[in-house]
Ligand binder design. Sequence first.
Ligand code: BGC
Length: 483
Amino acid sequence: MAFSSTLNHEELTFPEGFCWGAATAAYQIEGGWDADGKGPNVWDTFTHQGGDRVFRNQTADVACGSYARWEEDLKCIKQLGLTHYRFSLSWSRLLPDGTTGFINQKGIDYYNKMIDDLLANGVIPMVTLYHFDLPQHLEDQGGWKTGAIVEVFDAYAQFCFGTFGDRVKLWITINEPNVLAFFAYEKGKFPPGIPNPGTGAYQTAHNMIKAHAKAWHSYDSLFRKKQNGQVSLAIFSPWVAPADPASVTDQEAAKRAMALALDLFAKPIFIDGDYPAVLKSQVAAMSKKQGFLSSRLPEFTEEEKRMIKGSADFFAVQYYTTRLAKHHENSEGELNCLKDINVEIFPDPSWQVSQQGSWIHVVPWGIRELLKYIKDTYNNPVIYITENGFPQGDPAPLDDTQRWEYFRQMIQELYKAIHLDEVNLQGYYVWSLLDNFEWTDGYSFRFGLYYVDFDNPALPRFPYKSAMEYAKVIQNNGIKGPL
Ligand code: BGC
C-alpha cells in the first residue's frame, strides 16, 4: 500500500482489532492493604514510616478502594467500552511473604472474579505480575539486590500462570524495571529508600532482566502449549532528541541517552542477550577512573545471554514525555549512573507542562519518533503502548477539554506511526482508568479517566470529559472528523 508522507485523511480509522485499553496498578488503586490475609509490601512499609518522602505522608491504605469496589471499576470499564484492561496483581495479596510457601486463597478469589467479570463483558485482561510492590519479606532478604530473587520471582510467575493463565493470555512480568531500578535502588526515592549511586540501578536491573527471562522461559516451556498466551515486560521510555539536530555530538548524546533509558533492557531481551556496547564501554571507563576494580555494570555469562536473548513475545513500551540531550562531560567523575554517559538532558522550555510541578511535558510527536526507533532498532516487533497519560492537579475539573486535546493529538500520532511509518502498533492503554495514588506524589496528581472523590468514604468515580471522548474513539475505532 502506498502512503503519502503527510496525513490528509478525513478520519482516522485504526486497523481492525486494534486494542484500546486503560491501565492501573494494584498498590495505586486497591487499598485493603492488610485485608483478608494480605502481607505487607515495600510501599506499605515506606508510606507507614512517614518521613515526608511522600506528598503529605499520604498512603494507599485505602486509595480507590478497588479491593472492595471492583464492581465500580467494572462499571467504568464498561462505560468506556475498553477492549482491554491492564491491571497488576498484588504479589503479597497472593503470596503474603512473597514465596509459594503460603498461598492466600482470598487473593486468588479477588483476581479470579476480576478476570471472569472482564471476560464475561468482552474485555481482554492484560495482567502485570509485579508493579513496584515487592513483598516486604523479600525486600528484607535483599530484594532485587540479590541474585536469589530470580528463582523466587520465577516461582511467583509460575504460580500466576498456573492459576490464571487458562483465561489470561497477555502477561507483563515486570512493570518499568528501568524506573524501579533507578528510583528505588539508585536514588532511593522509592522503597527501600536507600540510595546507591552508580551501582544500585545496574545491580538490580541485572537481576530484573534475569528474573523476567527466567519467567518467560517457564511460560514457554511449561504453559505456552496449553495456554497459548504471550509474555513480555513493560519498559518506560522517553523519546530523547538531540538539542541541536545539526550537531553530531548532540546526536551521539541523544543516542547514548536512549541506550540508557531503553536499550539497557530492550537490547539484551530483544536482540542478543547483552547490554549496549556504548554503555559497557562508558561505564567501564568511568568506573576505572573512579578507582573501581571492575565495571559497575555487571556482565552476563554466556549461558545467561542465551537465556535472555529473545525472551519476549511483544514489545511493551510506556511513553509519557520527551527530552533533549547534549554532550556534557562528567569530568569530576561523579558517581551517578546518569552521569556515566556524559549527557545532559532537559526539556525544551517551549514545551507545555501537563501540570505545574509535573515532569511530563506534552510532546505528542515524541511518541511517533519513539515508535519508529523501536521499529528500526528491534526488527519491527509487535508493539503495545501499555501506558500513556497526563496528570491534572488536585482538585481537577471534570471538564478537562485541554487534556483531551493532548490525548487526541497523541492518538493522531499513533495513526501516523501505523499508516505513514508502518509501525506494527497493536494497542494503546491510557494511564490510568482512575485517579490514584501517584507514588511519591500521593494524590496530588490525577491521571484518571475517572475522577475519584477521595474525601468521600464511598470513593465515588465520575467520568472526566476525556473518558467520554475516549469512549467515542473506542466505539469508532479511531477519530472521526473534524480532525
Ligand atoms: C508508572 C505508573 C505511574 C505513571 C505516572 C509510570 O511510570 O508505571 O505507576 O503512575 O508512570 O507517573
